[in-house]
Design a protein around this ligand. Structure first.
Ligand SMILES: [Zn+2]
Length: 252
């Protein structure tokens, strides 16, 4: 190896302390990404909750409208039947004058009375139906107002969520860009290792040593490992969780 090769070699294999600083910075970026990605995963559920609430209100209103149409249909049928009974009564009344026999006359009077009674029952039913229609109409009107307010509120909430999500996505992209820049400073083998651990450990590849234990799985570290971490002369791995262990700079 010639002297001219040395700077190239140094450039390809960064100094350990530089790598440890990069790893610590990466840890900070990835901690932020864990939070941002958790927030991003929650957006579909929040949107879904708003949409489900609106759909339930629309269904209730639809049911009430159907109920009202059914009440009106039933009333029209009753009114037709009442009209028919009126006709029958008129016909019977006109027959009264042409009847000669007493018993036939009495029988017809009974029929007239029976028809009138039936008509009166149906008229009572129509009145009760009209009251039910009034109640359903009032309920529909108030539900329509509630739904309109809920739709406005829901649309506003969705707009807010969308803006928040856009902001979080932009934040995630900025963090990812930062991450890539930091990763580029690591030797390829360490970079690969970092990304593998990160992928299998919920986005956390580097943890600090806290009170002599791994900050990820809390496994106590041998004193020798703790000493090595303090000296910052190599990248250490926790035997418990496989994460990279660093002595936190703020207590160093
Ligand atoms: Zn661990």
């Amino acid at each position: 190896m010639s002297r001219e090769d040395i700077p190239v070699f140094v450039a390809m294999r960064p100094a350990v302390s530089v790598e440890l600083d990069l790893l610590w910075n990466l840890r900070g970026l990835d901690e932020q990404l864990v939070v941002v990605e958790r927030a991003l995963r929650n957006f579909p559920e929040q949107r879904g909750a708003i949409e489900r609430r609106l759909a339930a209100a629309r269904t209730r209103l639809e049911q009430l409208r159907t109920e009202l149409v059914e009440l009106q249909r039933k009333r029209r049928t009753l009114e037709q039947e009442i009209g028919g009974l009126h006709e029958v009564e008129r016909k019977f009344q006109s027959q009264l004058f042409s009847i000669k026999k007493n018993e036939e006359y009495t029988a017809l009077l009974h029929q007239i009375e029976g028809t009138r009674q039936r008509r009166s029952d149906l008229e009572t039913e129509v009145l009760l139906g009209l009251e039910a229609e009034d109640r359903a109409q009032a309920a529909r009107a108030s539900l329509e107002r509630e739904l309109a307010a809920a739709e406005r509120e829901g649309a506003e909430q969705l707009r807010r969520l969308e803006a928040e999500e856009r902001e979080q996505r932009a934040h995630a992209e900025r963090l990812e860009g930062e991450r890539q820049r930091h990763l580029g400073g690591l030797a390829p083998a360490l970079r690969g290792r970092y990304e593998r651990i990160r992928g299998s450990r919920e986005g956390r590849a580097v943890v600090p040593i806290l009170k002599g234990a791994c900050g990820g799985c809390f496994r106590a570290q041998p004193p020798q490992v703790v000493q090595e971490a303090r000296r910052r002369d190599r990248v250490l791995t926790c035997e418990g969780c496989g994460r990279l262990l660093l002595w936190p700079p703020e207590v160093a």
